[in-house]
Design a protein around this ligand. Structure first.
Ligand SMILES: Nc1ncnc2c1ncn2[C@@H]1O[C@H](COP(=O)(O)OP(=O)(O)OP(=O)(O)O)[C@@H](O)[C@H]1O
Ligand SMILES: [Mg+2]
Length: 283
């Protein structure tokens, strides 16, 4: 069910700027699983917020996670880069393999895992006392001894360009990030996550607090990132999931009810619970 063989055909579904572009695009070459999740449960104390989830996240593909509030989407995401365990009393069982390596193995350094599996939150979280440049560079010292100033400058520029923010901030890199708009701050956080060249990027409702123009630019960015890495996006917006993702997982009460190619899940869901959620949400 989760293998490349079941990948969605492109260009199906709603007609939008992204869909329109995808409709003419050639069929993607096959790809490989970047992350393999095996029977993952995430707990707060004894309460399981995510229950026995198994799935594959493919390289160069976008996976959307949908489901009602409290169903475990953020908790699942946070279990994929060892953020979950930073909460007191929180724990996980099961496996998360990144390129075949168990990120929960004893020898794994959580900070190094987070460098490879970047995360962006619903609300932009720039470091308020840092400049724009330092915000982007904040994650670079993990695992590196001492990157030179010129190499940091290069990395910062590249990340800001990829996040479609460079032209707006290149003249004020040393000013505070606090003076930026919400959309700019969110793209700054995406640039910060991209600066460490992650293999996987986790986006938790990245456009929830953004206006339509900023939302569109983040969606375009997601689609561009797809050329290089695996992207996971949590969203309450079904149209957004349909526009940007190749696969969609539907969560309910901590269970993953369905995981299918996006075009299939929105046109022909297998589980009646998926259908009723999607119907209400699209309506
Ligand atoms: N720090 C915490 N301590 C205890 N329980 C928590 C904590 N954070 C979340 N939970 C519980 O875990 C469950 C899943 O929460 P989670 O934040 O993953 O849901 P979600 O699907 O992301 O919801 P939303 O769409 O509102 O963001 C909920 O029942 C929530 O109350
Ligand atoms: Mg959440």
């Amino acid at each position: 069910m989760t293998s490349a063989a079941t990948e969605s055909r492109r260009g199906q579904g709603t007609s939008t700027h992204l869909r329109a572009r995808r409709a003419d695009a050639p069929v993607d070459p096959p790809t490989r699983p970047r992350v393999v999740v095996e029977e993952l449960s995430a707990l707060f104390g004894k309460t399981r917020a995510v229950k026995d989830v198994s799935m594959e996240l493919l390289d160069k593909r976008v996976t959307a996670i949908i489901g009602p509030s409290g169903c475990g989407k953020s908790t699942f995401l946070r279990s994929l880069n060892r953020m979950h365990e930073t909460i007191s009393g929180a724990s996980v069982t099961g496996k998360v393999l990144l390129d075949g390596h168990d990120i929960y193995a004893p020898e794994m350094n959580p900070a190094s895992v987070r460098k490879h599996v970047g995360m962006v939150f619903q609300r932009p979280t720039p470091f308020p006392t840092m400049s724009i440049r330092d915000n982007v560079a904040a994650g670079l010292r993990v695992g590196r001894l001492d990157p030179s100033r010129s190499s940091i400058d290069e990395i910062v520029e590249k990340a800001l360009r990829r996040a479609a923010l460079w032209d707006e901030v290149k003249h004020r890199l040393n000013t505070s990030a606090v003076g930026m708009s919400g959309g700019q701050q969110q793209r700054l956080c995406i640039a910060r996550a991209l600066a460490t060249e992650p293999k996987v990027l986790l986006l938790d409702e990245p456009t929830a607090s953004l206006d339509p123009i900023s939302t569109q630019s983040v969606e375009e960015l997601v689609w561009e990132l797809r050329a290089d890495i695996a992207v996971v996006i949590v969203t309450h917006n079904m149209q957004q999931a349909a526009r940007v993702s190749d696969f969609t997982a539907f969560f309910l009460h901590g269970d993953m009810v369905e995981f299918s190619p996006t075009a299939e899940i929105f046109t022909n869901p297998r589980d009646p619970r998926t259908e009723s959620y999607i119907t209400v949400r699209f309506g």
